[in-house]
Design a protein around this ligand. Structure first.
Ligand code: 5GP
Length: 112
């Protein structure tokens, strides 16, 4: 797997606003926000998409959700939308697993 644009941001090879980092993951502000607050929580491990994660990634996947909760709380969100796009039909555009965390407005359901 080629180094993703997100890892380039982490390595400061390209600009990006990192709002959280620990040993296993990091979070950035989305460059094209779909809500007043839109962050991406990304594992450092190169996993292309959720459907490529293995049972050995279970602890990491759980950790990512804990970090989702943390970054949402840090931004003062008491209600937020979490999304993972997996593959073409789901409009995944960057093939490094990432969790969208969006808040600051109301959301419709179904999402479309
Ligand atoms: P996907 O469509 O794969 O679920 O989401 C990819 C997300 O990455 C999009 O929301 C897009 O705006 C964001 N994105 C793409 N390139 C960059 C970039 O260079 N910097 C940042 N911060 N976000 C990006």
């Amino acid at each position: 797997m080629d180094e993703s644009i997100f890892i380039k941001i982490l390595k400061k090879e390209i600009p990006g606003e990192i709002v959280y980092e620990d040993n296993d993951c990091f979070a950035i502000k989305d460059i094209n926000p779909q809500a007043p607050i839109h962050m991406l929580v990304i594992p450092k491990k190169p996993i292309e998409r959720l459907s490529e994660a293995s049972p050995q990634d279970s602890v990491l996947l759980g950790h990512l959700l804990t970090v989702v909760r943390k970054v949402a709380k840090n931004r003062g969100l008491d209600s937020f939308r979490v999304a993972i796009n997996d593959g073409v039909d789901a409009c995944q555009s960057v093939y490094q697993l990432h969790i969208h965390v969006m808040g600051g407005r109301g959301f419709a359901w179904p999402p479309g």
